[in-house]
Write a protein that binds this ligand. Structure first.
Ligand SMILES: *Cc1c(COP(=O)(O)O)cnc(C)c1O
Length: 386
């Protein structure tokens, strides 16, 4: 009989302890970084499993994948060198001519990638308005897709799409559903539990949380030949996450619950403060009870709503750019999900042709003191308005 209790610890405990990591030889409570690109065969000239060559994966990547699989309640998770390379693997695994239904407005990089594949006639693309389930159903009914793409909450307007409803629509039509929930990490939103076939996160964002690596992760409820294809694509394209970055990600994830809780609290305080503000036309944040996505978000994000929001300032496009320029605590930088708050004039970043409000500022709220962030936006707005 083991003298250990059988009590299963909570996910919060397991993530904080990186799955109670103890190195068997030394007792070290933190994994070592193994930078090797190749592994020697044994005396019988056999491969010493499980590692053979860097592109197949490595200790740190596999360990980080195990943590994410627990967070996602997934059968398997796979880490890529960036969010974009994970999304590309999903698109690549589709048969030529496959039909994909995606939001008309979404994270610009993924949309750009889908549109590039469509322009090259690799896939066909149809659209729906983010957050609009009726339009999603119509689009799916008219084109019989292979894959339905949902991003929720959705860049840069933070519309909320009901993942369970989208999964039912996709499955009834024989399609798979991928949910990009980068803005609400899996301690808030578990897309697989809600019916998605793939859960995707840019781990560059909240999962790592410190703006010091790029990484992407795909998780699945059920494996199968499609998943073997994706594993093969990662290997052949060489897009596995580097061991050093995987190690950074493991360290970042230890504080996931703490960081995200603070980001959400700060975001709610900021959204409430600027909702109805004289220099602000609109605050786009699902945490506000008046937000059209509020009720679905409450169910889908464990009542936490996330740290991402946008504000549409009054005045001109230049006023919005000036607010971003005049901030002294917020960094005028792209990306999201880090401990430091970022502000960005989204139109400048996503470029001409991408439909985004010219006076929209995207805010990624970090873990700083909420009053400092509110004061900073107040002074920048006052200066920009003049
Ligand atoms: C950042 C991001 C991506 C792309 O991930 P990278 O890690 O930057 O390659 C995809 N979707 C969303 C919603 C993102 O925020």
């Amino acid at each position: 009989m083991s003298d250990k209790s059988n009590r299963k610890t909570s996910i919060t405990t397991r993530v904080a302890q990186a799955l109670h990591f103890i190195e068997s030889e030394t007792g070290a409570v933190v994994p070592a970084i193994q930078p090797a690109a190749t592994y020697a065969r044994d005396d019988a000239y056999q491969i010493r499993k499980p590692y053979f060559y860097r592109r197949d994966g490595n200790q740190a990547t596999v360990h980080a994948e195990a943590i994410i699989a627990e967070l996602e309640n997934a059968t398997d998770s796979l880490l890529f060198a960036s969010g974009m390379s994970a999304c590309t693997a999903v698109i690549e695994h589709l048969p030529t001519g496959a039909h994909v239904v995606a939001p008309r407005v979404m994270y610009h990089g993924v949309l750009h990638q889908l549109q590039t594949y469509a322009a090259n006639k690799r896939i066909t693309l149809s659209y729906y308005t983010a957050g609009n389930i009726a339009e999603l159903a119509e689009s799916v009914a008219s084109c019989k897709p292979t894959l339905v793409w949902v991003e929720t909450p959705n860049n840069p307007n933070w519309e909320v799409t009901d993942i369970a409803a989208a999964a039912k629509i996709a499955h009834d039509a024989g399609a798979k559903l991928i949910a990009d929930c980068t803005a609400t990490p899996p301690n808030m939103t578990r897309a697989l539990d809600l019916g998605a076939d793939f859960s995707f996160h840019s781990a560059t964002k909240y999962l790592n949380g410190h703006s010091d690596i790029t990484a992407g992760v795909l998780s699945v409820r059920e494996t199968g030949p499609f998943w073997d294809d994706i594993i093969l694509i990662r290997k052949l394209q060489g897009t596995v996450l580097h061991s050093y970055d995987a190690w950074m990600l493991i360290r970042g994830m230890r504080t996931l619950f703490l960081r995200v809780e603070k980001c959400c609290k700060n975001a709610m305080a900021i959204a409430k403060h600027f909702d109805g503000h004289q220099h602000v036309e609109a605050v786009l944040y699902p945490g506000l009870p008046t937000d059209p996505g509020h009720e679905v978000a409450k169910r889908q994000t464990d009542g936490q709503y996330g740290g991402m929001m946008s504000i549409i300032v009054r005045g001109t496009e230049q006023t919005a750019i000036d607010v971003a320029r005049f901030c002294e605590v917020f960094y005028p930088a792209t990306s999201l999900g880090g401990v430091e708050s970022l502000i960005e004039h989204r139109k400048t970043v996503s470029g001409e042709g991408f439909p985004v409000h010219p006076r929209l500022l995207r805010l990624s709220i970090g873990i700083e003191d909420a009053d400092d962030l509110i004061y900073d936006l107040e002074q920048a707005l006052a200066r920009a308005v003049g």
